[in-house]
Design a protein around this ligand. Structure first.
Ligand code: SAH
Ligand code: SF4
Ligand code: F3S
Length: 471
């Protein structure tokens, strides 16, 4: 048994990152058995689940979308806010009932939640029926944990700086778009955020390994890749070679996969060269997610974000000027400790200036062990809710206005599948990351087609296919 320790998780030593070759286990022990997986949280987790699925399928399991059918239930969890946490424990209640009827059912919990001591204590005390608990640093051990599992609850969570594993196999959700990790962990320690504790220190993958993966995806026929990291602009800062995100992005663009995206950008590390490369290459998509968090420099300082409102706005305007038709979205937190009405109005002011294409908005949620959780939280719940409501109204208004500009225009859309709401339509994304539902035959799935926009709502566009301009 290995238990997490938040103090250890915070240590950032001089230990050099080890680049290890992952050993993949194959077995037929579970042929005929089914697994069910539920993924919470960010794109990192979505991509980690692709690794988990590959691993359990290599043990013989087959995927099911029906919880009741499963012999193995996997929950890949997120710890970013309290409600993420509550959702998992709520769901666990359902799984517990299932296990009563089916005692041989195996339950495994992984991801960011188990990296927290309090979660482990909760599992130990209240959820003894959970079979396997693993963390973000030992996903690669999951096959072994399953194969070796006896009756006893097994908790294997490490609070370490972390390593980089290559040779990882993924069962990718799509054959059109793919995630590519470029780095793991985060060293920013924004005062409200749990991620640097749950994911370890920033570790960049070597450029040659990333380029090899992108080339392989291109050869397999993938149309789009998204470079993934909590802080993609900080890529390379921890490497010995003098490589930064701009250099990596340019090399990736030159592989000539149709579309290259990246997420998430931190304003602090965004250099002019990065902007230049995004503008220069047609296959680097004109879409940037640039979290603001707050429009008040006082709150940004308390958050440890390392930029002021003015610096953020300068960067924002530079992007808008230099990258033709760029769409920019953001993340905003309301109700951070000491956020006054004036601070909140400053956030609204920035939103009014930036007129974002979209935003994820959150009420601040204190996370145990983070510096902000020790700050006096003076904002009442009802004020926080009112602020969120006001903010969302403004955000939706600008999403709507930005989308309206697309009306009657013809735009390139990468078609990804059949629309959920209407089986006669397909859906895809513009280069600027707008969701479009299109009247077209299903044989355009996987292709970039020209679409004339016929209707624009706050969260999606409707359109008709004009001509196919790609294979
Ligand atoms: N690495 C990314 C963010 C990852 S977390 C970045 O720095 O931009 C995604 C978003 O969750 C953050 O941008 C932030 O807006 C929000 N978030 C993180 N911790 C939070 C907390 N304790 N309470 C509320 N929102 C939080
Ligand atoms: Fe969290 Fe800040 Fe790191 Fe983003 S940059 S993951 S908000 S600590
Ligand atoms: Fe959640 Fe962990 Fe991602 S806390 S947002 S799953 S890095």
């Amino acid at each position: 048994m290995n238990l997490p320790n938040m103090k250890n998780a915070k240590l950032r030593g001089l230990k050099t990152v080890e680049y290890k070759k992952q050993e993949n286990l194959f077995s037929s022990n579970y042929v005929g058995k089914k697994y069910f997986i539920r993924t919470y949280g960010c794109q990192m987790n979505v991509h980690d689940s692709e690794e988990i699925c590959s691993m359990v399928e290599n043990l013989g399991f087959q995927k099911t979308e029906c919880l009741e059918e499963a012999d193995l239930v996997l929950l890949n969890t997120c710890a970013i806010r309290e409600n993420a946490h509550d959702k998992v424990f709520g769901y666990l209640g359902r799984v517990k009932h299932l296990k009563k009827e089916k005692p041989e059912l195996m339950i495994a919990i992984g991801g960011c939640m188990p990296q927290q001591e309090s979660v482990i204590h909760n599992i130990l005390e209240k959820h003894p029926y959970v079979d396997i608990v693993f963390g973000t640093h030992n996903i690669h051990e999951l096959s072994k944990l399953i194969l070796n599992h006896q009756k006893k609850q097994e908790i294997e969570v490490y609070s370490v700086e972390g390593n980089v594993y290559e040779n990882v196999l993924y069962k990718r959700d799509s054959s059109i778009t793919a995630w590519v990790n470029i780095m793991y962990g985060c060293d920013k320690f924004c005062t409200y955020c749990i991620v640097p504790y749950t994911r370890g220190k920033q570790r960049s993958r070597k450029m040659e390994d990333i380029l090899k993966e992108v080339q392989e995806l291109k050869d397999l026929g993938y149309q789009e890749i998204t470079l993934l990291g909590q802080n993609v602009n900080a890529y390379g800062k921890d490497l010995e070679e003098n490589i930064d995100f701009a250099t990596l992005l340019e090399k990736v663009a030159n592989i000539k996969i149709s579309r290259v995206r990246f997420v998430t950008s931190h304003p602090w590390d965004f250099t002019d060269r990065m902007i230049e490369i995004i503008a220069k290459y047609d296959n680097v998509m004109p879409y940037i997610h640039l979290p603001l968090q707050s429009g008040s420099s006082k709150i940004l300082k308390l958050m440890g974000r390392r930029y002021t409102k003015e610096e953020y706005l300068t960067l924002f305007h530079k992007m808008k000027e230099r990258i033709p038709k760029v769409a920019i979205t953001t993340d905003i937190i309301v109700g951070f400790p000491f956020e006054t009405e004036q601070d909140f109005l400053e956030t609204l002011e920035v939103v009014n200036t930036c007129k974002y294409d979209g935003a994820y908005t959150f009420i601040y949620s204190p996370r145990e062990g983070t510096p902000a959780s020790k700050m006096k939280d003076e904002v009442s719940n009802s004020v926080k809710e009112d602020r969120l409501h006001l903010l969302n109204r403004l955000i939706n208004q600008y999403s709507f206005e930005n989308n309206q500009k697309y009306l009657n225009k013809v735009v390139p859309v990468l078609i990804q599948g059949v629309s959920e709401k209407d089986q006669n339509k397909v859906y895809g994304y513009t280069d600027t990351m707008k969701l479009v539902n299109v009247i077209a035959d299903q044989d355009v799935i996987g292709k970039i087609i020209s679409v004339k926009i016929t209707d624009a709502k706050s969260f999606s566009l409707d359109g008709e296919m004009v001509v196919t301009n790609q294979k």
